[in-house]
Ligand binder design. Structure first.
Ligand code: DMJ
Length: 668
């Protein structure tokens, strides 16, 4: 116990000191006099008055100290921020000046954590400038929760965050369904004094942005189809290349989880959060490229590299960029050939490459349809070697003789660098995406690479001159083949990418007759479904050039009547709908989806390729679901049924040939 000490006795006194001058009563305005005069006045005040004044002074002094401290902190943080903001953006060597990106290159996700943390304690302050954000091309996934989820679900989601969400918070800060927004300084506009809002939960997200267009019933049907396909894959083929839905097992091609990787960005676009998070975990822990396995350069580029890059752009999750870099580097040995035309196959574990066993030729479409992906990889990493390698191929092919009015043969030799098997021209297998990538590279690079455009325009003229014909009786415009001086009325389903590509070119300012041709061709592609008993297209059709009683336009040979769940027609329907707004394209796509459901859906999960599109009572399932069914077909269906032009805006993204959207680098 402490006893209180008595307060010390206060002694009050007044002291009066008179100076001689004052005493004399004369006027004196010197400093000393004024000080003395104040002092005298002070002494004349009563004790109470003096206490009040002292108290007021003390109070004012305390207030002053408090506000000074606050201002100092604010000032410090503001000056720190503004000097950070003055730092120039890091440049990507070699690529930047000529082609400034529409949306600047994403930055490493982990590099942003620090900035974010630095800002978060200052929530009450409005920072002068936003952080240099997570990857710049993030788009929101469609907010299905906001639009579709029941309140119950929403409640549960709040109470029990998905384990992957928890992991997300600890392991990395950037990928976030809530945070997947275009930050103010990530948009196409130059950085301004826009103020960064703190991250919001998805239910609040977007208050300051355009309301997303609600998902409609047809899109819901696509989501349902995807979930059904995914269910089969998850149960019987998880982590493997393809589902065999009937035998409830899987097949391996490269042993790299092809279906899962191909489907990542589809899940993002469809808003399938849980499925995406689960797949992400597999990528993080099980996707290893250090494997003694031969992969096809083209297929692994368009599906794996393309899929990882687009998922990185959509989600902002640096995991996908790291994986993309890894596979990109491992594919590079393919370019070590005498001609620099890459080999078809690479062993990604050993770092060796080789052509197929029976030839030293590569396929023209394969060596000219890997450019979008490798060029983008250079842009993201700052390492030019990827772009250099694929640009060299394009330059070489541009200068090569053996073309026929811009149409290319199907093979090219990796030793000599010359076309081989001259004289056969098709827009189908082995040549198709050469034409597609001419246009798309030109778009990707900001419409500056004139050689690409020249080759594309010349090729379309070549198509018109040598390959276009009309069928009977419906006079459908179709693209046939030309072999050694002879026209063949054969058209692969693969050629149905062309209407979409033509429409994309017209949308980007190319001649309007490309759009007219696109409209005519998509009608033909639709008829390749509509004139068949199951309403599904075969792999190849032959058109009738002469009217014969009882014959339709489309003839199918027994060897060609399979359907592999291919995307090309719905892909083109998507482009045509986007650019014309004509609802008939959506209706045609809807018919196709229903027929896939009717003839290819396997009740226990998954969809299957079929052998006979002409036999509705037994379409003969082949027991395989190709990865592009999830990567492309269902994605294009979902986009086709959407009326939201910002759901993968075609002025910001260009789709690779496996339907993986990659950013366009520069404005038109
Ligand atoms: C896909 O892998 C790509 O679309 C490629 O360009 C062609 N073949 C399949 C789909 O049909």
């Amino acid at each position: 116990m402490y006893s209180a000490l008595p307060p010390p006795q206060r002694r009050d006194f007044i002291s009066v000191t008179l100076s001689p001058g004052e005493a004399a009563g004369g006027y004196n305005n010197s400093k000393a006099w004024r000080r003395r005069s104040c002092w005298r006045k002070w002494k004349q005040l009563s004790r109470l008055q003096r206490s009040v004044i002292l108290f007021l002074f003390a109070f004012l002094a305390v207030c002053g100290v408090i506000s000074y401290t606050n201002m100092g902190e604010q000032w410090k943080s503001l000056t720190n921020k503004s000097s950070e903001d003055l730092k120039p953006e890091p440049e990507i060597p070699g690529l930047k000046p000529a082609n400034p990106a529409v949306l600047p290159a994403p930055q490493k996700a982990d590099a942003n954590l620090g900035d974010y943390q630095a800002l978060s304690p200052q929530k009450h302050l409005k920072p002068l400038h936003v952080r240099r954000g997570p990857p710049n091309l993030q788009i929101r996934p469609p907010r299905r929760e906001a639009r579709l989820q029941t309140q119950d679900d929403a409640g549960r989601a709040k109470e029990e965050p998905h384990p992957a969400d928890k992991e997300e918070k600890t392991e990395k800060s950037v990928i976030s369904w809530r945070g997947a927004v275009i930050e103010p300084d990530q948009s196409t506009e130059p950085p301004s004094s826009k103020v960064k809002e703190p991250e919001k939960p998805s239910s609040l997200e977007g208050e300051d942005q355009k309301e997303p267009v609600p998902i409609n019933e047809r899109q819901m049907a696509v989501i349902e189809a995807f979930r059904h396909a995914w269910k089969g894959y998850k149960e019987f083929a998880w982590g493997h290349d393809e589902l065999k839905p009937l035998s409830k097992s899987y097949s391996e091609w490269f042993g790299l989880g092809l279906t899962l990787i191909d489907a990542l960005d589809t899940m993002w676009i469809l808003g399938l959060k849980e499925e995406f998070e689960e797949a992400r975990k597999w990528v993080a822990t099980d996707l290893l490229f250090d494997k003694n396995v031969d992969v096809n350069l083209f297929e692994s580029t368009i599906r794996i590299l393309g899929g990882l890059l687009s998922t990185y752009h959509l989600s902002g999750d640096s995991l996908f960029l790291e994986k993309a870099k890894d596979i990109g580097n491992r594919l590079m040995p393919a370019f070590n050939t005498p001609s620099k035309i890459p080999y078809s196959d690479v062993n990604i574990g050993r770092g060796t490459a080789h052509p197929p066993r029976w030839t030293s030729d590569s396929t023209v479409a394969e060596v000219t349809s890997i450019q979008l992906e490798f060029r983008e990889l250079s842009r993201l990493t700052g390492d030019e070697k990827f772009k250099k390698a694929v640009d060299e191929v394009m330059k070489h092919v541009h200068a090569l003789s053996g073309k026929n009015d811009g149409l290319v043969p199907m093979f090219i030799n990796t030793n000599s660098g010359q076309f081989t098997h001259l004289g056969v021209y098709t827009l189908g297998a082995r040549a198709d995406s050469y034409y597609e990538y001419l246009l798309k590279q030109w778009i990707q690079g900001g419409k500056q690479e004139n050689e690409l455009l020249e080759d594309y325009m010349r090729a379309i003229e070549g198509v018109k001159k040598h390959l276009l014909q009309r069928s009977q009786p419906k006079k459908l415009t179709f693209v046939g083949e030309f072999a050694h001086g002879h026209f063949s009325a054969k058209m692969d389903h693969l050629v149905c990418f062309l209407p979409g590509t033509l429409a994309l070119g017209a949308h980007n300012g190319l001649t309007a007759d490309h759009m007219e041709l696109a409209k005519a061709l998509i009608e033909t592609c639709y008829q390749m479904y509509a004139q068949v008993e199951t309403g599904l297209s075969p792999e190849i059709v032959h058109f009738n050039l002469h009217a014969q009683k009882g014959h339709k336009d489309v003839e199918i040979k027994p060897a060609d009547r399979h359907n592999l769940l291919r995307p090309e027609t719905v892909e083109s329907l998507f482009y045509l709908y986007r650019f014309t707004g004509d609802k008939k394209y959506q209706d045609w796509g809807w018919e196709i989806l229903q027929n896939f459901n009717k003839y290819t859906r396997v009740p226990t999960g998954g969809y299957t390729s079929i052998n006979n599109v002409q036999n509705p009572s037994n379409p003969e399932p082949r027991d395989k679901m190709e990865s592009f069914f999830l990567g492309e077909t269902l994605k294009y269906m979902f986009l086709l049924f959407s009326d939201d032009v910002d759901l993968i805006n075609l002025d910001k993204y260009v789709f690779n040939t496996e339907a993986h959207p990659l950013p366009i680098w520069a404005p038109a």
